[in-house]
Ligand binder design. Structure first.
Ligand code: FRU
Length: 484
């Protein structure tokens, strides 16, 4: 059980942080336009929704340290993704059913009420786990009212790795999808249904072709993407690395098929496709806004805390910017949400149709949006470098082999390594990059692929270099403003 004085201290620390933020010494790694916490550890986005004319962004937050412990739900709201409310704690792990963590879950907007579903994590004396699915109600201008446990145990033949509820509605019935693990340690998703969103019955295990696909599936999302096609986006743990796939400790990705809720199956589904190929992307969540599906993910990775050296300054990880999902020819493309154009402060580069050789631009900011379109008709290889004095991050592309390599090996601090993936770019290679002080999100080929990752340069110097001869169809760079 948590001590109320700790929270007075946290509120005081938050106040001090924000009152002084303008005077704070510039910090090399504090991001300008990514959601991150003043202190502690942030992980999965939770309860994403549009409610009461605002975007609600909840997230896992341990405000006490940079370790995976004591998970609370934090909240920021925004109407435009430029102006945000200050982070606040809305769910504390202080009841018998969530005493070791208010774990991840989703939101459902029911008439005027925002219902939040989450997993109460409980550890017994000898470390054994119990998982309770819980609900909280929030009414406009009200409090977060914990309703308690709505599912008190996993079904038979599953382990207590049973978590991350997401609720959706179909034909007047509420459905909940949950991440689970069978007793023989296979990842699964389970479906529950309910008439009133309070009393839930187990409908069955979601049947898919992925019977041996990792040992646990975390953070499942099920949403209609077009006609009778549903996307099932989840984060499986325990996939084996392949040359062009599954190179992170854990992955996030999706399959698309026909959802039959009577038979609890996803029929004729596609092969699993990773949603992001960068070093640091996990546990994405999708919500609906107008006709769009918007996704945000955690910039981080379980079990890799040692790579994120910002923890030496008392904070670790962040959330991605919101991305709109578009379903085209059986795959999901991602696009930055149009609100993000409001972050553009000034355009600092605008080039068209130029043949260059070892082209370099020196920038006096590391918080930019860069839209680059390179001609590939007459070129085969490309090397793009982001240089920070003696350190750099490179993107190599080879058209013939259709291989893209992201290389972080020459960074001294933080995570290193390469990520390799297949990418087709016959006519032109399009890179849309959002570079923040310690986070980079890149959209390739209009969002067919993305890579999200953290980097921790040792200085503020920044240069972008196209190492070889190339034809620039278009290059636009904007300086981006700070969110607040
Ligand atoms: C995914 C996850 C979830 C869990 C939460 C705990 O990163 O492990 O499965 O609910 O984080 O913080």
């Amino acid at each position: 059980m948590t001590n109320p004085h700790l929270y007075e201290q946290i509120n005081q620390d938050l106040k001090n942080y924000y009152d002084n933020v303008k005077n704070n010494k510039r910090n090399l790694w504090r991001n300008n336009f990514h959601i991150e916490m003043p202190f502690g550890l942030i992980n999965d986005p939770n309860g994403l929704c549009y409610y009461n004319n605002k975007f609600y962004i909840f997230y896992q937050w341990n405000p006490f340290s940079c370790e995976h412990k004591s998970k609370h739900w934090g909240l920021v709201t925004t109407t435009d993704f430029v102006n945000f409310t200050r982070p606040e704690i809305v769910l504390r792990p202080e009841e018998w059913f969530d005493k070791d963590g208010c774990y991840s879950g989703g939101a459902y907007v029911k008439d005027d009420t925002l219902q939040l579903f989450y997993t109460g994590n409980v550890k017994g004396e000898s470390g054994q786990r119990e998982s309770y699915q819980c609900m909280v109600e929030y009414k406009k201008d009200g409090n977060f009212d914990k309703k308690g446990v709505i599912i008190d145990k996993q079904p038979e033949s599953y382990t207590t790795h049973f978590r991350d509820p997401m609720v959706f509605e179909g034909n007047g019935i509420y459905y909940m999808v949950l991440g689970a693990q069978t007793e023989d340690l296979k990842g699964r998703a389970l479906i529950y249904n309910s008439e009133d969103s309070f009393k839930w019955s187990f409908a069955g295990e979601l049947k898919t072709n992925m019977n041996d696909f990792g040992y646990m599936w975390e953070c499942p999302n099920l949403f209609k993407i077009s006609g009778n096609q549903f996307a099932f986006l989840f984060s499986p743990q325990g996939l084996n690395e392949e040359e062009f796939k599954y190179q992170n400790t854990f992955q996030s990705g999706y399959v698309i098929g026909e959802l039959d809720l009577n038979d609890v199956s996803l029929k004729h589904h596609t092969e699993f496709r990773e949603i992001d190929k960068g070093f640091d992307f996990y546990a994405p969540q999708v919500f609906r806004y107008e006709e769009k599906h918007i996704m945000m993910g955690w910039i981080g990775m379980p079990d890799n805390e040692g790579e994120y050296v910002s923890s030496q300054d008392g904070w670790i990880f962040g959330l991605t910017m919101p991305r709109v999902l578009k379903y085209i020819d059986g795959v999901i493309y991602q696009e930055p949400l149009e609100f993000l154009e409001n972050l553009r402060e000034s355009q600092i580069v605008d080039l068209e149709n130029e043949i260059v050789d070892n082209y370099k631009i020196t920038l006096d900011t590391r918080t930019i949006e860069c839209n680059l379109d390179l001609d590939m008709k007459d070129y085969n290889d490309l090397e793009l470098k982001m240089k920070f004095e003696n350190e750099s991050i490179s993107i190599f592309y080879n058209k013939e082999e259709e291989i893209c390599i992201l290389d972080r090996n020459s960074m001294e601090l933080g995570g290193k390594g390469v990520r390799k993936f297949k990418l087709k770019a016959d006519k032109s290679l399009k890179l849309h990059m959002f570079i923040d002080n310690s986070t980079i999100e890149i959209y390739y080929q209009d969002g067919l692929e993305t890579t999200t990752f953290a980097y921790f340069p040792k200085c503020d110097d920044f240069e972008i270099e196209i190492k070889n001869k190339a034809k620039i169809n278009k290059l636009q760079i904007w300086n981006l403003r700070k969110i607040n």
